[in-house]
Design a binder for this molecule. Structure first.
Ligand SMILES: [Zn+2]
Length: 186
């Protein structure tokens, strides 16, 4: 067993990021994820206002790897999606397909497939995918006129257990049947 190095901050914070200062390339600010799930920063504007600063926003956007994480790893706190700006657009897509704004990689539009009549597994897959993107359950209940008994937890559990069902490949403007993606592929 390798001897573990003692880090004084390891207990206090779930994760930490070193965000380079914009004005001084050699300087860094430390953004920390507290055990309560809050992101805090060591910069002055944050310490003064306790409002998310640009360093926290940089961490939230996933541009910086956490300490001890490979560079491509996403941060522990997922980048919040600006749900109010999400547009759900009906499209000829095999499954829920987010479209990201090239400039800032924020999802601005979601292409949603036409719902086939009477295919519950397909509907549950669409609900699962949209909720994962950040569409609130209440909005989905309204849009798809879902029965009150159906809960988000149930939908997520269903897809974890049974996988996803999407349209087959598009041929001559029509989808060829279905494609089943088992739980391992979810
Ligand atoms: Zn800051």
């Amino acid at each position: 067993m390798p001897k573990q190095t003692t880090k004084s901050n390891a207990k206090r914070y779930e994760q930490q990021w070193d965000v380079p200062s914009e004005s001084d390339r050699a300087a860094y600010y430390t953004v920390s994820l507290t055990q309560e799930g809050q992101l805090i920063c060591s910069c002055w504007p944050f310490l003064r206002n306790r409002q998310p600063c640009k360093h926290i926003r940089t961490v939230q956007s996933g541009q910086i790897a956490a300490r001890g994480q490979p560079v491509a790893a996403p941060p522990a706190a997922p980048a919040p999606i600006r749900v109010s700006e999400l547009r759900l657009v009906l499209a000829n897509v095999r499954c829920v397909t987010p479209v990201a704004d090239q400039a800032d990689a924020v999802i601005c539009e979601v292409k949603v497939p036409q719902m086939p009549a009477g295919n519950e597994h397909f509907l549950l897959t669409v609900l699962h995918d949209l909720s994962q993107i950040g569409v609130p359950w209440s909005a989905l209940q309204k849009r798809y006129r879902l029965p009150k008994e159906l809960t988000l937890d149930w939908v997520l559990q269903y897809v974890r257990d049974y996988g996803r069902l999407i349209y087959g490949p598009l041929r001559d403007g029509k989808f060829e049947g279905w494609e089943y993606l088992p739980p391992e592929g979810v």
